[in-house]
Design a protein around this ligand. Structure first.
Ligand SMILES: Nc1ncnc2c1ncn2[C@@H]1O[C@H](COP(=O)(O)OP(=O)(O)OP(=O)(O)O)[C@@H](O)[C@H]1O
Ligand SMILES: [Mg+2]
Length: 186
């Protein structure tokens, strides 16, 4: 149960959300994105939110490129904008060779790349990432951080749930969720 969560997010910030397994990190993100309703409290959201769920929410029978088309049109991008964003993300996260592969046949890490890329489509100003890189190889992990820093420069606010100490060192702020309460660590 979440008991006392007070979190203000600003443009150009990367914020880490840490806490032990079962602390409620994923639940908090689902509330922020509007997938769950809190029993009490107020939530003010001014922008569209990009959301990368902890478990990839993908369609087994669609290809990577078809996912970009589906999710891109859902956020109002034109075909040209979708194609351009897809090419960039396929390159930045190094999975262009799988663009026409059916999702069902992708490795766990490649599915995670697509899950993350879809959250970033259309350059949302607020991005909530729930352990997006848990199955990334080392090179992709570094690429992820390059991408996150680029988005930060453009004023995007990124919240990342992570258990990695190297992540918390790269973030601007770190919050710990414990016993339902959110506390600022750094
Ligand atoms: N809608 C809900 N109503 C009540 N309890 C829930 C609901 N959703 C999740 N929970 C419970 O809340 C707790 C926190 O789950 P959550 O998945 O948010 O933890 P987490 O911090 O993300 O853990 P992990 O590090 O393992 O991903 C769990 O015990 C879960 O069963
Ligand atoms: Mg979780």
């Amino acid at each position: 149960m979440l008991r006392g969560v007070d979190l203000e997010l600003f443009p150009g910030q990367i914020v880490a959300l840490v806490g032990e397994n079962g602390a409620g990190k994923s639940t908090l993100l689902r509330i922020l994105v509007g997938l769950e309703t809190p029993d009490l409290g107020e939530l003010r959201r001014v922008e569209r939110v990009g959301y990368c769920p902890q478990e990839a929410a993908l369609y087994a029978r669609l290809t990577v490129r078809e996912h970009f088309r589906l999710f891109g049109s859902a956020v109002g991008l034109s075909v040209e904008q979708i194609n351009q964003a897809a090419e960039e993300l396929l390159d930045q996260l190094s999975f262009a060779q799988y663009a026409d592969s059916v999702t069902d046949e992708l490795s766990l890490g490649t599915k995670a790349k697509l899950n993350l890329a879809l959250a970033l489509l259309g350059e949302p100003r607020l991005v909530l990432l729930d352990e997006p890189h848990a199955s990334f190889d080392w090179d992709t992990y570094l690429r992820f951080w390059e991408l996150a820093k680029l988005r930060r420069q453009d004023g995007t606010c990124i919240v990342i749930v992570s258990h990695r100490t190297d992540d918390t060192e790269l973030c601007d702020q770190v919050y710990n969720l414990s016993n339902g309460k959110l506390g600022r660590v750094s």
